[in-house]
Design a protein around this ligand. Structure first.
Ligand code: PLP
Length: 383
């Protein structure tokens, strides 16, 4: 299953072609859903032999191979039951009493997990502004793991990944990257030397808001083995149907990302000059603090937009309530455009503005999306 690197196929080809069954006359084009909790086996098991469904199963391999090749990893990905399960596996590499540095605006449940590690395992957790390279580097001495999200959720800060990876390695720290927002079509952290990459497959990779799933990848043999062992020991595994659906969703990832990004660029530009908009964050905007870095490091700007309507949190809630096409919901990365005011969650970071709406741009017609958004902004926000 291990993939050659560098891959000679473009990512937009890999999403379609990787993880297919061998070509045999009359054989199925697509991999099957494999429903089997155990495998035929007797005697002393050989290396890598399939034995039991919690350890490894054919049901995961096509998706794992495809994602491994997309991220340019020396190993196939490891699927997990959720994005958080894959993050837990990555964080298991931080020893008790170790030090974990992570973005102040990382996914809020990631921060919650780090706080739990601090409380119960004596881990020294420090939150940093991941776009402030000097501040991150200053936090690195004694660090076991630097965690990176870029762009961050929901503030859309862009990290200088190659510089941070080099500095973290010089300080003896592992670097883990949550690549959920960018997807491997837009950013491949292993190219910048990252040690671990995780995904909430729930979002763009599966892409249809019908699956909760995660994945973790490591280039290094020992790290890959450690993540695999964690999955087996904790049983944080994925079901065959979910993984099959994720592979099916992955087949259109390039088209979806291309379309959603183009629409996000257009909407961000229009929002930037809208009379009832106080602030827009999208790295595509020339005035955005992350613009130059994103242009240099990413193959696109992603399709999440941060939006602060005039009139504060009440106005933001009124905008959400007035929308008819955009779906009010948490999560992101589906074919449908959705949004939410992040601070409606008591657990969201207090440094996220109370009135910030996080928009996940889908693949609907750009003019329909704009008409709905413009109307709701005028109805809900205040001049
Ligand atoms: C949703 C999300 C997660 C968590 O993934 P689940 O699949 O919900 O467990 C982690 N990181 C980011 C950036 C996310 O958006």
């Amino acid at each position: 299953m291990s993939s050659a690197r560098p891959d000679d196929l473009a990512p937009s080809t890999l999403v379609v072609s990787a993880g297919r069954p061998p070509r045999t006359q009359g054989g199925a084009l697509n991999p099957p859903v494999v429903l089997s909790s155990t495998n035929v086996s007797q005697g002393v098991p050989g290396a890598g032999e399939l034995l039991y469904g919690r350890m490894d199963t054919q049901a995961w391999h096509p998706f794992e191979e495809a994602l491994g090749r997309l991220e340019g990893s020396a190993h196939p990905a490891l699927v997990f039951g959720s994005g958080m399960a894959s993050i837990a596996a990555a964080f298991s590499l931080v020893p008790d009493g170790g030090r974990l540095v992570l973005p102040r605006h990382a996914y809020q449940v990631t921060i919650g997990y780090a706080v739990d590690l601090a409380d119960r395992h004596g881990v020294d957790v420090e939150l940093v502004d991941i776009d402030d390279t000097a501040a991150v580097v200053a936090a690195l001495p004694g660090t076991s793991m630097l965690w990176v999200e870029s762009p961050t959720n929901p503030m859309l800060e862009v990290a200088d990944l190659p510089v941070l990876v080099a500095a973290a390695h010089a300080a003896g720290a592992l670097v883990g990257v949550d690549n959920t927002f960018a997807t491997p079509l837009v950013q491949r952290p292993f190219e910048h030397g990252a040690d671990i990459v995780v995904h909430s497959v729930t979002k763009y990779l599966a892409g249809h808001s019908d699956v909760v799933l995660g994945a973790a990848l490591a280039d290094d043999d020992a790290l890959h083995a450690a993540l695999h062992a964690y999955r087996t020991l904790h049983g944080s595994i994925a079901g065959p149907f979910e993984v099959w659906l994720a592979l099916r969703g992955l087949r259109t990832l390039a088209l979806r990302v291309e379309r959603a990004q183009a629409t996000a660029v257009e909407l961000a530009a229009r929002l930037a000059s809208h009379p009832v908009v106080a602030q827009v964050r999208h790295p595509s905007l020339p005035t955005d603090p992350g613009h130059d870095r994103a242009t240099r490091l990413m193959d696109g700007y992603g399709s999440i937009i941060g939006l602060r309507p005039r009139g504060g949190a009440a106005a933001a809630d009124a905008v959400v309530a007035a929308l008819e096409l955009w779906v009010p919901a948490t999560s992101l990365g589906g074919v449908e455009s959705s949004l939410e005011r992040r601070r409606r969650f008591a657990t969201e970071s207090r440094t996220v503005p109370d009135d910030l709406l996080r928009l996940s741009v889908g693949i609907e017609d750009v003019e329909d999306l704009w008409t709905d958004l413009d109307r709701a902004l005028r109805a809900g926000a205040h001049l």
